[in-house]
Design a binder for this molecule. Structure first.
Ligand code: FPP
Ligand code: MG
Length: 417
């Protein structure tokens, strides 16, 4: 193992590395670029060398997740409990179609990555590793809010992208219609806001409201921008994906009554995880097969979008700029761009970029006191970024039983990597 990682682990296992104390550790400084240009993933728990978490570990949040899923269906079909005396009336008048379309994506459990992260974080912040001791109702609600909001945004996104599949089934717009999908997304968002309001917490309301405007801002930026700058790509990625993780994690910390230091760490963890997660998604779009993704592959370029792999390829093949500027609109553009991505070091560089963000989020997690929940979050963070290995790409990271086990374990609780 590289000396810098040893040094890092040493630091992390010493008690002085806990929350509340300023750490001089700087991930950038220790980033270890190998000859290939790739970056090593931090592995403070030595998980990448074969030590998988066991199924019983994940049972820590299984009940929370299942309760949340039931609550989602209930919130959509019966309205939000505790939302005031007036709620009973209009709720009963809800059109039956809204109930069936609204619950459509939730009937399949989906990956539930966002609530999984939030529920584990809630436990990690309060060092609550006891499954029989539930997390607070407000934190469970927040996880529900975030999952519903995310799903609402996907329903709208599929209309914008003209997608016909989602979660290995027909997308809402395809199964019903664009008009009904727009209404469904609005309905889910409205129910989410009512649920959010029952937290009676202005700070969290502000954070979640920012997620909504960021989602829209990011989507618009994606549609309208033809910038080839990385700055613009990362900004768009923050707005579209990482803001939800960042503000969601921040809200969990606020609801825990955490101090400013802890709240900022939770936010940074979420932000960096979100960025890493989306960059890997963008990579998979180029390299994955529709079978492994549960949705069509290579859609980004077909939609005219230039994400990290193309932007890195552009550094080596400047002629790509013409194709990017015309949004890959001419026949053969997508194929040419795909070939240049594969021919260049773009895939390696994209992985490295994701690992850099992943390392930053692990670094923040390591500032929390040791707990089973925190360690599971580290494992989950690593597995979200290593998922490119699962579809057959050669990785510079040590691929191990860990990843395969993680798939089985998380599959067991309906949260497939
Ligand atoms: C997936 O993008 C989409 C998002 C992460 C969010 C898009 C946001 C909106 C459409 C605004 C929603 C607004 C409200 C009010 C809910 P993708 O197309 O890159 O991913 P995909 O491959 O999963 O479709
Ligand atoms: Mg889409």
């Amino acid at each position: 193992m590289e000396p810098f990682i040893n040094k890092f682990i040493e630091k992390m296992t010493s008690k002085s590395f806990y929350v509340g104390e300023q750490s001089s550790y700087d991930a950038e400084r220790y980033s270890n670029r190998q000859e290939t240009g790739s970056v090593q993933m931090l592995d403070p728990l030595n998980r990448l060398n074969g030590q998988a978490a066991s199924h019983s570990d994940y049972s820590l949040i299984e009940q929370d997740l299942n309760r949340m899923s039931l609550n989602i269906i209930d919130s959509i079909t019966n309205g939000i409990q505790g939302s005031g005396e007036y709620a009973g009336g209009p709720t009963q008048l809800t059109h039956p179609l809204l109930k069936s379309i609204g619950t459509y994506y939730f009937e399949m459990k989906g990956k539930r990555i966002r609530p999984t992260v939030l529920l584990l974080l809630a436990r990690a912040i309060t060092s609550n590793d006891c499954p029989s001791e539930p997390i607070s109702e407000s934190q469970l609600k927040l996880a529900q809010v975030v999952e519903m909001l995310h799903t609402a945004s996907l329903v709208h996104d599929d209309v914008i992208d003209g997608a016909d599949t989602r979660r290995e089934m027909a997308s809402v717009n395809c199964a019903y219609s664009n008009k009904l999908a727009i209404l469904c997304g609005n309905f889910l968002t409205a129910r989410t806001i009512v649920l959010l309001s029952t937290l009676r917490n202005h700070h969290v309301t502000e954070l979640v409201s920012n997620i909504i405007s960021d989602l829209v801002d990011g989507e618009l930026m994606q549609i309208k921008s033809n910038s080839t700058s990385f700055e613009s790509y990362i900004r768009k990625t923050y707005l579209k994906t990482a803001s939800l993780f960042a503000n969601g994690c921040r809200s969990i910390a606020v609801l825990s009554g955490a101090d400013a230091n802890m709240t900022n760490m939770a936010t940074e963890f979420g932000k960096n995880l979100g960025l890493a997660f989306q960059i890997i998604d963008d990579l998979l779009d180029v390299t994955g097969s529709s079978e492994s993704l549960g949705k069509p592959a290579s859609v980004d370029m077909s939609l005219g979008l230039a994400t990290a792999p193309v932007l890195f390829a552009l550094e080596e093949y400047p002629d790509l700029e013409v194709l990017i500027n015309r949004k890959f609109s001419e026949s053969g553009d997508v194929d040419i761009a795909n070939q240049l991505v594969l021919k260049s070091n773009a895939i390696e560089k994209t992985k490295s970029l994701a690992i850099e963000y992943c390392n930053k989020s692990i670094e923040f997690l390591m500032k929390l006191p040791q707990s089973q929940s925190r360690d599971l979050l580290i494992t989950l963070t690593q597995s979200k970024v290593i998922r490119f290995d699962l579809i057959g790409l050669k990785s510079t990271i040590s691929m191990s039983l860990f990843v395969k086990c993680s798939v089985l374990i998380i599959d067991g609780i309906g949260c497939r990597i």
